[in-house]
Design a protein around this ligand. Sequence first.
Ligand code: ADP
Ligand SMILES: O=P(O)(O)O[C@H]1O[C@H](CO)[C@@H](O[C@H]2O[C@H](CO)[C@@H](O)[C@H](O)[C@H]2O)[C@H](O)[C@H]1O
Length: 470
Amino acid sequence: MSEAMPEAPTRSAVTGSPGLLASLDPLLREWLPRQRWFAGKGRPVTGFSLVAATELLPADGKLGLYHLLVRAHQPLEPVQGTVPHPGDCYQLLIGVREALPPRLAPALIGHVHEGPLAGRTVYEALYDPRPAEVILEALRTSARIGQLRFERREEIRPDLVPRVVTAEQSNSSVVYGDTFILKLLRRVLPGTNPDLELPLALAREGCSRVPPPTAWITAEPPSGAEEPYVLGVLQPFVQGASDGWELALRELAKGEDFSAEARALGRATAEVHTALARALPTVTLGHHQLQSMVAGMTERLEAAAQAVPTLRPYAPGLHSAFEALADLAREGHTWTAQRVHGDLHLGQCLRSPSGQWWLIDFEGEPAKPLAERRMAQPVVRDVAGMLRSFDYAAHSAGGPPAPEWAAACRAAYCSGYAEVGGRDPRTEPVLLRAYETDKAVYEVLYEARHRPDWLPVPLSAVRRLATGDS
Ligand SMILES: Nc1ncnc2c1ncn2[C@@H]1O[C@H](COP(=O)(O)OP(=O)(O)O)[C@@H](O)[C@H]1O
Ligand SMILES: O=P(O)(O)O[C@H]1O[C@H](CO)[C@@H](O[C@H]2O[C@H](CO)[C@@H](O)[C@H](O)[C@H]2O)[C@H](O)[C@H]1O
């Protein structure tokens, strides 16, 4: 992952960091669970431990800046308050000032009462241009600071003005002068992260559908026992882009057909898949692997039906989609699997003003372990995600559902895919139905947890899929 670049001299990590964490502890307990990107919602935070602390600007100056990797301890279930759990590790960029100027009020974390920062105000530093500039400068100069490693593949211009992206995200992003966008991962894990791995592999293949990583940040693990943590990726910013979800809803609201764009998206997806198959190993899924794939789908359905009672009447019909796949496996069918996007939907597609489509966010489903997200899978997995997304749009535009609009998009997407990929996904109806079913089940659970008003959208698909209609 690393390429030869000049390195700035190493600075040291924070001394007295346990004291630092102790003084932040009460503030973080209150602030962290309120963040959109906090993954452990619904379970109280019972404490923190420090994975790494790095001083990026000394706290005794007008503006201090700490980079923290902090493990949040949470019991497994809200009702089982005593079950120990190692806890998720979060990346925090903490600014320290005497007082916050009004423009930074939304970034407030709190006022510190004890310890090395007593009397100071701490805040989410990404909202502040100066700390964001410090990060870009470290990337520009390939700095090593404490456990942090900043690496780059391309030159980065100095003096790019930062602005934080305020959209609801699983992570946090800063745009620099409309030239680059830096995504800082929030829940971080040791090991190769597909959000860096796949765009780098695609860049090596010359694939022009994915912004190539310009630079990235990793952290050396504290003990040497683990692999480095991937913390962030800087990539070119696609100026003036709209995402596929916004565009689809806009066209629907006007009663316009979207199938030309859907076809272009199918072509773009196939281009990315073709490049990934060239860049990284492909495997054949035989009986054993297909059985365990079906077992995973079945388990997820059972868990979702347990959690969302409205799903239960459809469970037998949905099981039949997985059984049909198991039957094919028993008959000796095999499928080629390769690295895929893993969480493809219209919101992960950007269209630039020139009409070019880009695919972003190769992180996969963030709740899953990295090893699972990095497994080779049939390309139909991504296709199913996009087909679900057209259906979502047709049920979310505000007016009555527009099934014909969705059907036209779905058909056009598959045709576009076949034009470039050489194989029409509709020639794999059993696999496609199984993956669409798996995704719809995931969506039922996702909406029940995060956006209950949206639950009817995946439920309408569940009704269709349970009866075997495509
Ligand atoms: N290269 C890019 N150019 C322009 N906008 C981008 C780019 N990458 C991401 N974005 C914008 O940032 C948002 C969040 O990016 P994403 O990678 O999906 O982060 P997350 O994992 O936090 O959802 C996207 O929805 C898109 O609007
Ligand atoms: O954007 P993320 O990668 O965090 O994905 C999660 O949130 C998505 C919603 O923002 C959710 O996607 C579902 O809703 C979309 C419309 O808002 C729709 O286009 C997708 O097809 C549908 O799955 C996604 O499932 C979830 O993982």
